[in-house]
Ligand binder design. Sequence first.
Ligand code: NIG
Ligand code: FE
Length: 423
Amino acid sequence: MVIFTNMKLIGPFKQIVTLNNLPLRGKISDEELEIIENGGILLNDKNKIEIVAPFQDFLNGNLLSHEDIAHLQIEKVEGKKIAFPAFVDCHTHICFGGSRANDFAMRNSGKTYLEIAEAGGGIWSSVKHTRIASESELLETLLERINMLLQLGITTIEIKSGYGLNLESELKMLRVIKNAKEKTKATLVPTCLSAHLKPKDFEGSSEGYLNYVLEQILPKVKEEGLSDRVDIFIEKSAFKPEESKAFLLKAKEMGFELTVHADQFTPGSSRIAVEMGALSADHLEATSEEDIDFLAQSETVAVALPGASLGLGESFAPARHILDKGGVLAIASDWNPGSAPMGNLITQASILATYQKLSTAEVLAGLTFRAAKALNIEDRGVLKRNMKADFVVFETDNYQNLLYHQGSLRASEVYIDGEKVTL
Ligand code: NIG
Ligand code: FE
């Protein structure tokens, strides 16, 4: 028996998909899903989850004392509704200026990377637009995108810098993300991606630029408390393995957590992510058998970004293989103006499931507690005792409809800390 004042019971939900008792690593079958029929979610006086159980059990004295029941605040749920833990998008670039619609059209018309860059497109175009945008312009569009993610039921959002690529503009991006935290109930996790690309106007080598990031940018990021995380794009067109390794080592020594854009077009860099103890290795579209073996046995979360595969017309990360080998697989949107302009993580995850043969349980795990693991956050992604009461509700009668409708089923309510958010 628990005795609390100010307890709130929300329900009944036709089904609550708790994701409780699922493994952190490897494959999961749908039979392993805990689904509570006609369930309720009881919140304690700190708005954390206290108990998730059949609704009737709260009212018939099985779980609560009569005194508790008498004081219970009940938020009644009408109609057929299904609750899931709110989703976590552990990889986005949603703070940016400008648009790259022309890149997209050119790419689809068969133009090459070089032709697009010559026409003024590519990452550099986003850098130019982000540099000239004011903080308030960036904040406004960032908040719009955060709101779009909230409407999908995503309440924890990682957001990278990386379109500033000099001290002033990288700090501007990270300050905008920090300011956005004051204006949304979503949890925002900022990451410094100053090592996205050597900017065209930097005079010196790529190694020289990485040293500039280490010496000029990261100390300021620390000093202002703008981010605890550092990312780098390791790729032929961006930073080479050896210089990236040295960079990651130093960033780690400075106290940053690490994540890597790895194996997007060429294999090998997820190995560096693992060796450096990165929290996650993201992309993996071009990863190799040996890379998968190494990654799947490590603590580093493998993050599939189906939105980038869909945006570029590239193959999907070998999610099935990673799970079969026992890896921790998360799924994120990579929402950015270039390679992944869609932003609908549920659509993307559903399509990934079809092509990679993922169970619903594996997709849900990848969108929740496994994605939280990639951010080193442990208090969410599962609906159980002491967890943050972030959950998303859909008006439907079967949890499978979420992926079946491939993202077109709209969330009817999103709760953060046990309170409904206005969408
Ligand atoms: O994650 N791969 C590198 N960076 C981004 C693309 C950014 C862009 O095209 O603007 C990505 O796909
Ligand atoms: Fe990315």
